[in-house]
Structure formats: structure tokens, C-alpha cells
Design a protein around this ligand. Sequence first.
Ligand SMILES: *Cc1c(COP(=O)(O)O)cnc(C)c1O
Length: 430
Amino acid sequence: MENFTPTPYTLECVATGREFEDAGWMLADPQCKETSLVRTKYARKQIDVKPADWGLYRFSDWMPVRRILKGSSAPVTYKSKGLAAHLGLENLWITFNGWYPAIGATMSTCSFKETEAYSVCGRAAADERRVLVVASAGNTARAFAKVCSDNNIRLLLSVPYDNIGALWFDQPLNPCVKLISCEKGGDYFDAIHLSDIALKSPGFYAEGGAKNVARRDGMACTVLSAVTTIGRIPDYYFQAVGSGTGAIAAWEANMRLVEDGRFGRNTMKLMVAQNAPFVPMYDAWQAASRKLLPYDDDKARRDAEIIDAKVLSNRRPPYSVTGGLFDALKATGGEVFVATNAMARKARKLFHELEGVDIYSAAGVALASLVNAVNAGKIEKDATVMLNVTGGGEEHFKEGKELWYLKPSHVFPLEPDENDVVEKVEALFN
Ligand SMILES: *Cc1c(COP(=O)(O)O)cnc(C)c1O
């Protein structure tokens, strides 16, 4: 890893095609009048995959990172036997993100949020003085906490109090990672609200979500893992979506791989799934609408409470934005599916029995959709299928371990006094 040199890249506005230099942490083209994602354009058109001990950074040719951080793991892709035989598929490939050392999967926070965390934090300058702020309901917070703790990067997490049980680790965290919460009853959106207040202090900066190219290009590593293992671009890509960021990233990776030229010119169909009854993107896609349909706030909260896969309950996904999920589905001939809790639970059990490890509800939603699509005759039996298991192995990881939980430094009311929040979060890092 000594010989790491960052790959040169430029940014490109998807709406206008304007190409410009990344002045550092740019999340949009300042000259673009509409809302549009920006994308990276890497100087290196053919990816040179680095040795396994580089962890996730084996794909750093196509990551906008300035440096390599300690402790990362790459997704692991393997050809399924058990599940493949059960489904009658000849070329089912599983990309596993999580903890399953028997196959070489060692993401200790157990989800593909680790891919984005290592990429985003590697994009930040080593001498960045400000504190990174991340709001999350769980998996994202755990991933960022690990990366920042292991690499001495200052991080402020904002997580709803009801979700802080998601912040388990196998060892105490470095005190450069701090947590604040909104009081009981608050949800992900209240946590975002709280983090926005903290961001009013000049000492803090926002991670940026889907708009951050490092987040998407980190998640794209799932597809880079699959394609460099399989040797070709798959026909179908199955993933459960909350924001859709991972699926947008998959499409972007596909376009780069086509340009690479060694893996075929295929466009894989994005087969994305939501957990019923929380299905805003499914509803919009069925209505052929770029805009999300109106979704009553109270109903959305109730629906979010019902579903098993809470990570899929994003109410403001980057679906409509230029270069977002609507465009990705259109460009790839994709489809949106729904799976109920019952279907997802059955799928999780099936995965455990046939592939040997526990998976998260979200991954169960993706697998349930694959099962349904196969049963509906939508998948040819010789098609090359990539199943993105976005998270798993939490039960396996926790076996026999004593866990340590990150506790909030402060718990704020849902409508907190802004000055109080700013004062308190500033004091945490002084
Ligand atoms: C976040 C998450 C998803 C959804 O990913 P998006 O990029 O938000 O669509 C799926 N599965 C797991 C395990 C996740 O943590």
C-alpha cells in the first residue's frame, strides 16, 4: 500500500455535461441551475484491481480518495450453489457485504455502508480541521464510527435515541467519535434536523449523502467486486433500496465497466426492491412518474414502523434528481419490486439454510424479490444474476463477543434550542 497514488479525476454535472475540477468536497456543480448529481470521471479507463490486502481500496483506481485508511474490507463475490440450485439458476452470483470469514468477508459493521464510509473518509483531507457530521438510523452510523475511530478522524453522529442500540462494537471507540441524539419518539428525520443545527457551527461539515461522489463510488465497489470476479457484467442486479444510492452507484459502475471494454458492453437491469407497505419509489415507478407521489407524513411514519427493514424507510430518496434512481431504472430497463415482511423473513431463513449465514431484513427483501421474479418467469435460467447481499453476518459476528455500546453525549428535545445545540457540540471537540 506504500505505493498508493490517488487516481486523477474530474467531476461532471449529469444535467449539463460540464466537466470541472473537484476543488474539494464539491457536492454539486455551482454553475448548474437545476438539481443534478455530479459524477466522477476517472483518468484511468481500465481498472487495475490491487492485491487483497488493500481491502476496499483494491478498487481505488475508481474511488475519489486522497488516502488509504486502515481496517477496510472489500465485498466478496462468489458463485452460489445452494440457493442457485434451489432457484434453478445456473449463474447466480452473490456479492456479500458483512461478516462471514469462512468466505473471506470481514466487514465487522456488517453492511455495505462500510464501502461508503471508507470512501467518503478517504476523500477528506488528512489535515481537515472541521468535524464530519453524519445523521443515520443505524448501519451508516456504525460504519462511519468504525472508520473514524480506527483512523483518528473526528466525527459527530446524530442518531435517534430509539436506534442507539444499533451502535454496538466489539471494542470501545476512540473518543474522537461523539454521538448526539434526539429524544425518545424521534426518528431519522429528527436526527437529520438535529445534525443540520450542529452544522450551523463553522467547525462542522456535512457528509452530503447521495450527492457525495465518494459515497456512490464506494458503494459501486460491490459491482466492481462482482464483475472482476465473474469476468463479465451481469444481466440482472438485485438490491433492496432505501435511498437508491447503492443502485445508482451500480449503474454508474456499469457505465465505467463498459468503457473499460474487458467485461462486455452489457447494461445490467436494476431489479430493486422495497419493503411493503413502505414503497414510495415503487408507487412512483408504477405511475411512470419522475416525481414521487404525495405520501402523507403520518402514514409514512406508520408504514416505517411496520416494516422489518427499517434501513429502507427513506422518505426523501434521490429518485427524481437528474442522474438519480428514476434515470438509472430508465437507462437499464430496470424494475421496482415489493416484498412483505413475511416474504423477507422466509427469504432470510432460506439464505441461512442454503448459504450458511444470517442476513439482514433488507437483504431478505432483495432475495424475496429474486425468488418472486424467478417464480414469475422473469429470469432466464442461464442469465447471469448478481444478488447484492447488502448486509449480513451480524448474529455470526456477535457470537461469543462482549459488546461495547456508544452512548450519547447529549440527548436533545425534538425542537431544541439552536444555540444550546451549537454550544454543546462545539464543546465536545474542544
Ligand atoms: C442502507 C442499506 C440498504 C439500502 O441502500 P440505499 O443505498 O439507501 O438504497 C440496503 N441494505 C442495507 C443492509 C443497508 O444498510
